[in-house]
Design a protein around this ligand. Structure first.
Ligand code: ADP
Ligand code: MG
Length: 207
């Protein structure tokens, strides 16, 4: 199956739906180790992305992701907006003006998204951030590229879930949670959880 601009809009809509569904959970995860706004932040951002895409449907997947990126950067305050925005922007740039995505393009987009988050936030794997979910996802997606877009996204979502869970015993080294030092141990990082949820939704939408 090809994956064009309208397919990418549908995939983002699935992401927006999952963020809305898990809004309270994500905010609750952000309460003990942050400022209890992650679910609200992302939900506001993805709702804005979908309304931006309702009025202008770009012709390429990269164009769709570029609108998502600029909307997230302008509408979501805090750490997560610029980080997710940069992820989508780097993915968009990597895709260029391709009109249909294949598995290799999707893997390249995920790799670029990770590079963008790391460039922006300077977190390493093990710092208990969304990078722990996204880096695991990229490794899995690369290994599953021959399984096609649906297969590689399913593998990426599984790995992101495991990567997110791996943040629980860690000391947070970046973001607000790092202010707590050792008291950040024992908590699932909200951004890692949202990354895993988004990738699961993307995978389900493509399937
Ligand atoms: P804020 O911390 O500004 O309130 P959010 O609550 O929306 O923003 O997002 C918090 C999430 O952002 C964290 O759970 C973590 O995954 C992610 N995060 C914060 N700082 C960084 C960073 N430097 N690098 C990668 N991810 C980060
Ligand atoms: Mg927060």
């Amino acid at each position: 199956m090809g994956c064009g601009a309208t397919d990418v809009v549908a995939v983002l809509r699935a992401g927006a739906d999952t963020v809305a569904l898990h809004r309270v959970e994500l905010t609750d995860l952000d309460r003990p180790i942050g400022d209890a706004d992650h679910g609200e932040n992302l939900n506001r951002g993805f709702a804005a992305v979908m309304s931006a895409l309702d009025s202008a449907v770009p012709e390429t997947p990269g164009g769709v992701l570029k609108i998502a990126a600029s909307t997230l950067i302008s509408k979501v305050g805090g750490a997560a907006g610029p980080l997710y925005g940069t992820a989508f922007l780097r993915a968009a740039t990597t895709l260029g003006d391709k009109s249909e995505l294949d598995a290799a393009a999707v893997v390249g987009a995920l790799r670029a998204a990770l590079a963008g988050v790391v460039a922006r936030g300077k977190a390493d794997v093990g710092d208990a951030t969304m990078v722990d979910a996204l880096a695991s996802a990229v490794v899995a997606a690369e290994a599953a590229e021959t399984d096609g877009i649906a297969g590689l996204l399913a593998a990426a979502a599984d790995a992101a879930g495991t990567g997110a869970e791996s943040t629980i015993p860690l000391i947070a080294r970046k973001g607000r949670a790092s202010y707590l030092g050792e008291r950040s141990i024992g908590h699932l990082d909200p951004g890692a959880r949202s990354t895993a949820l988004l990738l699961r939704a993307f995978a389900e939408a493509v399937r």
